[in-house]
Design a protein around this ligand. Structure first.
Ligand code: FAD
Length: 435
């Protein structure tokens, strides 16, 4: 069996950016044999939230490459140039392309690496391969679309699997009930509920707001209850001084703080990323409710300061929620044909994939270069992307630092992999040991 220098789990923006970084390292004389495994049948970026009229919440300059190497082939600007849309894009006068366009950019970038990515395979677990008392390799087990189990060996690993839907406790007993679904499967699942008349959207963030407006604009004109604990929908603060927390060098600052300070920083700036839709979207929602007042047609309800107490699946009538009005202090029931949980994501999936490695791990904590700390008899370097918010800051789950982060990981990886250290030109190359 071929042994790869690096196996990557997931081929979303984080690992595509890493593939680009490693590709560009070839020009410096390095050649890492990397291979990626992606469970989707082809590249897609949050496909079930690819709603019309949605835009990036980050500047296109924070693409897969620019912040690391502005002259890269893989910048968003070069993508526009290749697609012959650069001057038209300039005339849009925006930093925030549509999500459709950014998805196309990411798919274009990913397509350069089709020879080193297996699509349609879900990684199930990662096992240690021991020689004597040392773990020298990792065995990555995956299942393809036909149910066949595949195994690959790697000297190092990078886990960039994104988030998994966070489902509130009271909804868990309804797992498998198609009438309750998370925003990450919204477009697929709402198709089944085309005729639904009563829909609840639970959540106060960007996804909840986008889904509310999507349902509002549907020709089937469902009645939608927007349910949230918050008193108001607050906009994301992307003013320039606040936005500095998403600068790449802010990661050093966050990482160097004590655990207590880091937690305080996360709390202070939590609203820049969570439960904070774009202002324009909030204004659209407000306008939708205002127009109801004008027409007297109370189609939707804004159930702010409401909490779901319990959930009951009724065989015929729908899903019944027991709701507590946190202002009035009383409870009431409401019944829906479908419920969308726009309740965010957990970032702990790597722990189950890497569970067989647990005896060698230091409580899954990472160093500055996103490498999991391990026991001395564990040789492979295992890196995480997108699961280090508590140690590296709020930018970790976003695209903000992706290009720079993959450079840091690339350097750390190169210091692990036995490389010919001489360029063809004869210039000595030194990998930066960045531990
Ligand atoms: C709707 C939506 C919009 C967003 N918009 C923005 C934005 O505008 N700006 C911004 O900065 N951030 C945004 N984000 C945050 C988002 O996390 C990042 O944009 C980005 O997707 C992170 O890339 P990633 O590769 O780390 O994770 P992901 O994009 O989630 O990619 C992870 C990949 O791993 C694959 N995978 C998971 N498990 C396995 C497995 N077991 N085996 C094999 N493959 C697996 C998944 O299929 C997926 O392709 C948005 C998130 C959502 C949900």
């Amino acid at each position: 069996m071929q042994i790869h220098d690096l196996i990557g789990i997931g081929f979303g923006p984080s690992n595509i950016s890493l593939a680009i970084t490693l590709e560009e390292k070839k020009q410096e004389g390095y050649d890492i044999n990397s291979f990626f495994i992606e469970k989707q049948p082809s590249f897609a970026w949050h496909a079930n939230m690819m709603l019309d009229n949605t835009h990036m919440q980050i500047s296109f300059l924070k693409d897969l490459a620019t912040m690391r190497n502005p002259s890269s082939h893989f910048t968003f600007i070069n993508y526009l140039h290749q697609k012959q849309r650069l001057q038209d894009f300039i005339n849009l006068k925006t930093f925030f392309p549509s999500r459709h366009e950014f998805n196309d950019y990411l798919a274009w970038a990913a397509s350069h690496f089709n020879d080193r990515c297996a699509y349609g395979e879900e990684v199930l677990e990662v096992l240690p391969e021991k020689r004597n008392d040392e773990v020298t390799l990792l065995r990555v087990r995956s299942r393809d679309a036909n149910g066949m189990i595949r195994e690959r060996l790697g000297r190092n690993l990078i886990v960039s699997v994104g988030g998994v839907p966070s489902i509130p406790e009271c909804f868990r007993p309804l797992k498998g009930d198609v009438r309750v679904f998370h925003s990450n499967s919204y477009l697929r699942e709402i198709e089944r509920h085309k005729d639904a008349k009563r829909i609840a959207v639970v959540g106060a963030g960007q996804s909840a707001a986008e889904i509310f407006m999507d349902l509002h604009n549907r020709p089937s004109a469902p009645h939608v209850d927007l349910i949230m604990r918050a008193r108001a929908i607050k906009p994301s603060d992307d003013s320039p001084f606040v936005n500095e927390i998403f600068n790449a060098d802010f990661t050093d600052f966050v990482f160097s703080r004590s655990e207590r300070d880091r937690a305080a920083l996360l709390e202070e700036f939590w609203h820049t990323n969570y439960a904070a839709p774009d202002l324009v979207l909030i204004e659209q929602i407000f306008n939708a409710f205002y127009q109801q007042k004008v027409t007297g047609d109370a189609r939707h309800r804004f159930l702010r300061r409401h909490e779901v107490v319990s959930v009951q699946a009724l065989p015929e009538e729908g899903i019944q929620l027991l709701l507590r009005d946190l202002n009035a202090g009383h409870e009431h029931c409401a019944t829906y044909d479908a419920i969308v949980l726009a309740t965010g994501y957990r970032r702990d999936y790597h722990k189950s994939l890497l569970n067989p490695l647990l005896p060698y791990m230091n409580n899954f904590s990472v160093d500055r270069n996103y490498r999991l700390k391990s026991t001395p008899n564990f040789r492979p370097a295992v890196f995480l992307q997108g699961a280090c918010e508590s140690s590296h800051g709020l930018s970790d789950t976003l695209l903000s630092v992706t290009a720079v982060r993959t450079n840091e990981i690339g350097h750390a990886l190169l210091s692990e992999v036995n490389q010919p250290e001489i360029k063809q030109t004869g210039t000595p190359i030194r990998a930066v040991a960045s531990r």
